[in-house]
Design a protein around this ligand. Structure first.
Ligand SMILES: NC(=O)c1ccc[n+]([C@@H]2O[C@H](COP(=O)([O-])OP(=O)(O)OC[C@H]3O[C@@H](n4cnc5c(N)ncnc54)[C@H](O)[C@@H]3O)[C@@H](O)[C@H]2O)c1
Length: 265
C-alpha cells in the first residue's frame, strides 16, 4: 500500500515542472491522477529528464494510473469541467492541487503593463480561486472532507524587487489559503500552501542561465543551492497524505533558508 493509495488527485499545470513532479510522486504512492494543463506536452527549456513523454505517459510507464483533462484555470467553466471529468473517471475527488502558474519579472512597478498584471493575476490568483471553488463544491457534495494544496511562493510572503505583478498575485494566493482554511475547516476540508523559493523549472530557466543571477542567488541561500522539483514533490506527498491531518492553513516554506536572513554567509 502506498502513502496515497487510491486517493483521487487533480494537479493543475501538471504537464511540466512542479506539477509534473508532484503528479509522478503522487502516482508512485498509489494515487489516481488527473493531469491537467493548457497543453499536454511539457514546456520546452525546463529540466525534465524525460521531456519526450507526457506526464500521463511517464506515470503509466512506471505502473501508475492517470488521465489527462485539458483546462485553462483562468476559465471557470473549464475548471468546473475538470472536476466533472475527474468524478466521471474515478467517482470522487480527494485532493486538489492548484499549481498552474506563470511568472513575469524584470521591470519596476511603473514599467509593468496592464497585460503583465492581468497575466499573473488571472492564472495565479483567479486560477487558484476557481480551482478551490470547484473542489470545495465537490468536497461538500461528497460530505467527507477534502484537501486543497496551493502552490504559492516565498514571493507571496515577502516583497521582492522587479516582480511586483508576480508577488501580488502570490500574496493573493497566500491570503486565499488562509481564508479557505478558516471557512472550511469545520467541513474537514484542509487547505495549505507550499512556498518555494526559486527552483529549477522552465519558469526559472532564464534566471538559472544568467550566471550573474545564479551566483548572487545561490550565495544568498543558506543551503547554497537552487530548489529541485523533488524538494517540492516530497512535501506535497506529505500534505496530500493522512500523515498531515492536523496541518491546516499553513504556508510552508521550501526555501533552503532563504527567508531567514537579509544575506547569507
Ligand atoms: N519554479 C520556481 O522557482 C517557483 C517558485 C515558487 C513558486 N512557483 C510556483 O509553482 C507553480 C508551478 O511552477 P513551475 O515552476 O513548475 O512552472 P512551469 O512553467 O514549469 O509549469 C507551469 C505549468 O502551468 C501551466 N499553465 C500555465 N498557465 C496555465 C493555465 N492558464 N491553465 C492551466 N495550466 C497553465 C503551464 O503550461 C506549465 O505546464 C506556479 O504556481 C509557480 O508560480 C515556482
Amino acid at each position: 500500500m502506498g502513502r496515497l493509495q487510491d486517493k483521487v488527485i487533480v494537479v493543475t499545470g501538471s504537464a511540466s515542472g512542479f506539477g509534473r513532479g508532484m503528479a509522478i510522486a503522487f502516482a508512485a504512492e498509489g494515487a489516481k491522477l488527473v493531469i491537467s494543463d493548457v497543453h499536454e506536452k511539457p514546456n520546452t527549456g525546463g529540466f525534465e529528464t524525460d521531456s519526450g513523454l507526457t506526464t500521463v505517459e511517464a506515470i503509466e510507464m512506471a505502473g501508475g494510473q492517470a488521465i489527462y483533462v485539458q483546462a485553462d484555470v483562468t476559465k471557470s467553466a473549464e475548471v468546473a469541467n475538470l472536476i466533472a471529468k475527474t468524478v466521471e473517471a474515478y467517482g470522487r475527488l480527494d485532493v486538489m492541487v492548484n499549481n498552474a502558474g506563470v511568472y513575469r519579472n524584470g521591470k519596476k512597478l511603473h514599467e509593468f503593463s496592464e497585460e503583465d498584471l492581468d497575466f499573473c493575476f488571472d492564472v495565479n490568483a483567479k486560477g487558484t480561486f476557481f480551482g478551490a471553488q470547484e473542489a470545495v463544491k465537490q468536497f461538500l457534495a461528497q460530505g467527507d472532507g477534502g484537501n486543497i494544496i496551493n502552490l504559492v511562493s516565498t514571493a507571496g510572503l515577502q516583497g521582492h524587487p522587479n516582480q511586483s505583478v508576480y508577488n501580488i498575485s502570490k500574496g493573493a494566493q497566500a491570503n486565499l489559503t488562509r481564508c479557505l482554511a478558516i471557512e472550511y475547516g469545520q467541513d474537514k476540508i484542509r487547505v495549505n500552501g507550499i512556498c518555494p523559493t526559486y527552483a529549477k523549472t522552465s519558469l526559472t530557466r532564464a534566471l538559472f542561465d544568467d550566471k550573474d543571477f545564479d551566483q548572487v542567488f545561490t550565495d544568498s541561500i543558506p543551503l547554497k543551492r537552487w530548489g529541485e522539483v523533488d524538494d517540492i514533490a516530497n512535501l506535497a506527498v506529505f500534505l496530500a497524505s493522512d500523515e498531515s491531518t492536523y496541518i491546516h492553513g499553513d504556508l510552508i516554506k521550501v526555501d533552503g533558508g532563504e527567508t531567514l536572513c537579509r544575506y547569507s554567509v
